[in-house]
Design a protein around this ligand. Structure first.
Ligand code: DAH
Length: 366
């Protein structure tokens, strides 16, 4: 007995089924159902094509088996039944050849068709993060003034983040810079500003210093649209002989005009930082209302942009620099705020949510 492999197994030969083949009517019924099976046979790729060939056209396939049965057909029926079988064979071969052609020319699943007239698949290009755009721009401006870029650790010790900066333990100004401590090593903390890099650079003892320090900083603050527990800063440090407050003002004035446009106005307000003396906050005229007063500048016409001052002699001493011989200025600013102003971003949390819909708006931005 031969069992032909089809989805509805068809038994032919020796026993009952042989009689089917010997009978013209039953052969045509059988062939009709085989044809239906062939028609619905899915051939999408080379693997399915081969499966079809083996099942229907192979040496042990349906066609060959039916042909073999012809031996037992009475001579008077042979001609008609042979013809029927031949037609069936051609039917199966046609299905095979058409499918093979399609697969070979690439219109099957295996090989996608190559249509050179179609537009190409656009490559998704990433974009710079708006914070990086702003940082790069600020770095570029200061590089024109001869500043180089310095980097330092985000996990810092108390000395470099606080004490060396004239912020000893229990100093009230530490309250404004509450931060996160490392559980396994409480002497380590997440830096609250990039001023730690100022200390590390001064400790190296190579003078003069003309550097900017961009980086990420951390504070234990409630997250809202305007504040976050981490953000970015750029600080600057210039130490040499006879550096004065006039140098500080001129440098920062040049910087803001480059960044916000030549018409921007600046003002310095006296302030307090333990690491600078004298200290100041620098404001720029609000570029949104041109100084007239709006909701962004809280109707004052001014925007606070950075803190600055002359490096405190105690800080120089802490780093082994002689304050009698050397003086210097320092400044520090957040990067988020000017970025929000420049691009009209209303919520600081957008910077760290990694939402592509937000980020892709900066493709090609500068
Ligand atoms: N470190 C200060 C802060 O994070 C910013 C700052 C102010 C840095 C004045 C300075 C400076 O270098 O001179 O609030």
């Amino acid at each position: 007995m031969i069992l032909i492999q089809t989805s509805t197994p068809i038994l032919i030969s020796q026993s009952v089924e042989t009689r089917y083949l010997c009978n013209m009517n039953s052969l045509s019924t059988q062939i009709e159902s085989l044809k239906k099976e062939i028609a619905s046979f899915s051939i999408q790729n080379a693997k399915e094509l081969e499966a079809f060939r083996i099942q229907f056209l192979g040496t042990k396939g349906v066609v060959k088996n039916l042909m073999a049965e012809m031996k037992q057909v009475p001579p008077e029926e042979k001609r008609a039944m042979g013809q029927l079988l031949n037609e069936f064979k051609i039917f199966a071969e046609e299905k095979y050849n058409t499918a093979k052609e399609q697969i070979d020319d690439g219109s099957g699943d295996d090989k996608p068709a190559m249509d050179f007239s179609l537009p190409g698949n656009a490559l998704l290009s990433g974009s710079r993060h708006p914070i990086s755009l702003m940082r790069n721009r600020i770095v570029e401006i200061f590089q024109h003034l001869g500043f180089s870029v310095a980097d330092g650790p985000e996990i810092e010790d108390d000395w470099h983040n606080f004490t060396a900066l004239n912020l000893p333990e229990n100093h009230p100004a530490r309250d404004m810079q509450d931060t996160f401590y490392v559980q396994q090593e409480p002497a380590w903390l997440l830096r609250t500003h990039t001023s730690n890099v100022q200390i590390r650079e001064m400790e190296k003892g190579k003078l003069p210093i003309r550097m900017i320090m961009p980086g990420r900083v951390y504070r234990n603050e409630t997250i809202s649209a305007r504040s976050h527990c981490f953000f970015h800063q750029i600080e600057g440090l210039y130490i040499d002989e006879q550096v004065s407050f006039a140098d500080l003002k001129q440098t920062l004035y040049f910087f803001v005009r480059e960044l916000f446009g030549q018409n921007v106005k600046v003002r310095f307000r006296p302030s307090y930082f333990p690491f600078t003396e004298p200290s100041a906050e620098m404001d720029i005229s609000c570029m949104l209302c041109e100084g007239k007063g709006c909701s962004v500048c809280k109707k004052t016409g001014w925007l606070e942009i950075l803190g600055c001052g002359m490096v405190h002699p105690k800080v120089l001493e802490n780093c082994g620099i002689d304050p009698q011989k050397y003086s210097g200025f320092a400044f520090g600013m957040g990067i988020e705020r000017p970025t929000m102003l420049k691009y009209g971003i209303k919520d600081i949390r957008l910077f760290s949510e990694n939402d592509v819909r937000f980020l892709q708006q900066f493709t090609g931005a500068y």
